[in-house]
Design a protein around this ligand. Structure first.
Ligand code: PEP
Ligand code: MN
Length: 348
């Protein structure tokens, strides 16, 4: 952090800033120019309260942050990509992982049919919501515990690990007892008690970007989970609110490319929620991988036109298979590869 004093600031004001730094056990490196004195603050972790306090001190012109406010999530903390292993599937780095399934688990037949189709097409992880955050309280809000049980059944039948959303701190233990990856939805990205609870649960966490969250707010949300000792965080760009109303959200591919540079955590993209339109999912899925995403999460439904949630943006099972087919060509051009498809263990 750098503190720039006003032109001609008296010595007493400069000393007051240096003393305030000392109260936080930090030292200031002073540089006196012809008009301005500049104080460079040295320290691995500069408390946000210090920045606010110094900003309003007498004769301080401005305070500039040099390093990011997140530490554990940043590349400065860890240069190499974090790779998270979930039942043999590696998420992060160059290999591409595909998570797919319905928005909501609706019935045994629906989830088992989808899980088989996802696996047969080359998908790696099954998604499905049991506890659904819905904009309207009258919309279908998921099967709850029964949905978790059906997901576990689909995992037993196909071998695919499962990712599902958890809505409340009190439900983390229950959801974690079924799920392989816990999803934090966009609406809960800044639910700090929930972030801390999943940070303590020991299971990998898929953290969606909030509807109107900046990249820095998103990485600070990840920091809440990391700070509890859980280093298994997957970031998911799922589209943000912009002035545009022609699509449900705007999939921010800048964020995918930028967060790959800022953070060592795996970044995946969700072109289903990012566009809200089935016909746009395929092209934006390809674009996400080209932008550097380590994987995709996609909504797939055997009969999307009859889905209880997000049918408009869900691919059919055939549509998903067609996308995987094209991804195989794209990854070759990019010099990357798809993760090995799930293999049934050989019978001995
Ligand atoms: C979902 O994955 O179905 C979902 C509700 O996503 P988001 O939190 O991104 O809206
Ligand atoms: Mn959905």
């Amino acid at each position: 952090m750098i503190v720039v004093m006003r032109a001609g600031a008296p010595e007493s004001a400069i000393q007051a800033v240096i003393e305030r730094l000392a109260e936080f056990n930090l030292s200031g490196h002073r540089s006196d120019g012809a008009e301005h004195t500049i104080i460079g603050v040295v320290g691995a972790m500069i408390p946000p309260a210090l920045e606010t306090q110094v900003t309003v001190m007498e004769d301080v012109e401005k305070v500039m942050r040099i390093s990011h406010p997140y530490k554990l999530a940043g590349r400065e903390f860890q240069r190499n990509d974090t790779v998270i292993e979930v039942n043999g599937v590696r998420i992060g780095g160059g290999e591409i992982v595909l998570m797919a399934g319905p928005c909501s688990v609706e019935s045994e037949e629906q989830i088992i049919t989808t899980a088989r189709a996802v696996r047969d097409a080359g998908g790696h992880i099954l998604r499905g919501g049991a506890f659904k955050p819905r904009t309207s309280p009258y919309a279908f809000r998921g099967l709850g515990r029964e949905g978790l049980r059906l997901l576990a059944q689909a995992r037993a039948e196909t071998g695919l690990p499962i990712v599902t959303e958890v809505l409340a701190p009190a439900e983390v233990e229950l959801v974690a007892s079924y799920a392989d990856i816990l999803q934090i939805g966009a609406r809960n990205m800044q639910n700090y008690l929930l972030l801390e609870e999943v940070g303590r649960c020991g299971k990998p966490v898929l953290l969606k970007r909030g509807l109107s969250a900046t990249i820095e707010e998103w990485l600070l949300a990840a920091e809440y989970i990391l700070a509890q000792g859980n280093r298994q965080v997957i970031l998911c760009e799922r589209g943000i609110r912009t002035f545009e109303t022609a699509t449900r959200n705007t999939l921010d591919l800048n964020a995918v490319a930028l967060v790959r540079r800022l953070s060592h955590l795996p970044v995946i993209a969700d072109p289903s929620h990012g566009t809200g339109m089935r016909e746009l999912v395929h092209p934006l899925a390809l674009a996400s991988i080209a932008a550097g995403a380590s994987g995709l999460i996609l909504e797939v439904h055997p009969d999307p036109d009859r889905a209880l949630s997000d049918g408009r943006q869900s691919l059919t099972c055939d549509g998903f298979a067609a996308l995987v087919h094209q991804l195989k060509s794209l990854v070759q051009v990019l010099g990357r590869s798809l993760h090995e498809p799930f293999q049934e263990p050989a019978l001995t």
